[in-house]
Design a protein around this ligand. Structure first.
Ligand SMILES: Cc1cc2nc3c(=O)[nH]c(=O)nc-3n(C[C@H](O)[C@H](O)[C@H](O)COP(=O)(O)O)c2cc1C
Length: 399
């Protein structure tokens, strides 16, 4: 017997163990699914009210239900055995705090300045491809808009679906910069053209070159769900990219040039000595070379080495990978990072609750940052240093 269902656009339908969010589907597919749902007697899933979201990890299981299996697998995947993917998050939990008491902490500030730009909070929305998957026609726009509204920096992905100008307009905050992430995949001329377009916006103040994709990582989790037989087909320029290329690019623009994907003391030193304005310690969210160390562990190693050589104050160090709590951010700042990027939490929030979801991520992090700072006995972010953290276990008990 066919059962009658009342189905809302926001509902998830689960058909043969695959979940589909109705509003994200093209009309014809939606019709087919509703038909199928009614005839198969399957269930409908309604996502929880956003008030039921308590921390950043709460978004992922909802995204898993709302997104097509292919899209969820693309977002979630790490490389090979996913050791680095897991380590990124776990390593933060091996760092313990050493708080100070009896400090007046009724008024604290979370403001900072990153690469010359004001930021109301010490984190930014990092660049990721895929915001427009599963029919999200607004693509990156809600990210740009929310960043602008909250005085936050957004790194625009090179592989965006929304044109650069539109993302800049959507951010629209004159006090806060935006950055552009660039892959060296095309010809040099095309890269220089991209930089020129970024310069013309007047708002993009730094170019982040992703330097960890000479070869795409082997993302098995994703391959099991969708065909990724194109792994080795990375454009030649990306595979042959070297320091001289980056120096040439450095000379072609006045924008700041930042290297995204540094994972060793040797490369960190080289990048400062060659005059790049900063670097991001990143393993691409565990999607590239598996069993590289967590980003926070690498930070803890690089900073003392730069200080020893008097290079630390000549650069700005950013970090991304596995940041899920305000306390993770504070640990990174205490170990010498200037700001911290988040990828998947924003992506999952975007694909489950849209702009409201992004606001929720920012609000949760602000609250967690405030509480952590007060309980540490710190009033301003500049007060943070390595004496506030115990890192003895950071280099032990790895996954
Ligand atoms: C789905 C997805 C797509 C990504 N696409 C890009 C990209 O196009 N360019 C890039 O430099 N990094 C990309 N990254 C890496 C992120 O910029 C960032 O390094 C990573 O997501 C940080 O880890 P987290 O997701 O644990 O916060 C991507 C990450 C994910 C999860």
């Amino acid at each position: 017997m066919t059962q009658e269902f009342k189905i809302n656009d926001d509902d998830l339908v689960i058909i043969q163990n695959h979940a589909y969010k109705l509003s994200n589907l093209p009309a014809d597919l939606k019709f087919q699914l509703v038909q199928k749902l009614q005839s198969n007697n399957d269930q409908a899933y309604t996502k929880p009210d956003i008030s039921k979201i308590f921390n950043l990890n709460d978004f992922e299981p909802i995204a898993q239900k709302l997104l097509t299996p292919e899209t969820y697998a693309y977002y979630r995947t790490g490389a090979e055995d996913e050791i680095t993917l897991r380590e990124n998050q776990k390593a933060f939990k091996r760092i313990y705090f050493k708080p100070r008491v009896l400090k007046s902490v009724s008024k604290i500030s979370l403001e900072t300045s990153v690469l010359g730009s004001y930021s109301s909070l010490p984190f930014y929305i990092t660049a990721f491809h895929g915001a427009s998957f599963d029919g999200n026609n607004e693509g990156e726009l809600p990210l740009a808009k929310s960043a602008g509204k909250y005085d936050l920096i957004q790194m625009i992905p090179g592989l965006s679906t929304i044109p650069l100008k539109q993302q800049v307009q959507s951010h629209g905050n004159v006090e806060v910069d935006q950055w552009l992430q660039v892959y060296l995949r095309e010809s040099f001329d095309e890269v220089l053209e991209k930089i020129k377009k970024a310069e013309e916006t007047g708002k993009i103040k730094a170019i982040f070159f992703t330097v960890d994709v000479a070869q795409l990582g082997r993302r098995e989790h994703e391959s099991r769900i969708r065909d990724r037989s194109d792994y080795v087909k990375v454009p030649q320029l990306a595979s042959d990219l070297n320091w001289d290329d980056l120096i040439k690019i450095r000379q072609s623009t006045n924008l700041k040039i930042i290297l995204k994907g540094i994972q060793s003391v040797e490369d960190a030193i080289k990048s400062v000595e060659l005059g790049f304005e900063g670097f991001v310690i990143s393993n691409h969210g565990g999607r590239q070379l598996d069993t590289t160390r967590s980003s926070i562990e690498v930070l803890g190693e690089i900073v003392p080495e730069l200080k020893k050589r008097n290079l630390y104050h000549k650069t700005e160090i950013l970090i991304d990978g596995g940041v899920r709590r305000g306390s993770d951010i504070i640990k990174a700042l205490a170990l010498g990072a200037k700001s911290v990027g988040l990828g998947r939490p924003f992506l999952y929030a975007l694909q489950t609750y849209g702009e409201e979801g992004i606001s929720k991520v920012i609000d949760i992090l602000r609250e967690e940052l405030t509480i952590t700072l007060k309980l540490l006995g710190v009033v301003k972010l500049e007060e943070l240093n390595e004496t506030f953290v115990d890192t003895i276990d950071l280099y032990r008990n790895r996954a």
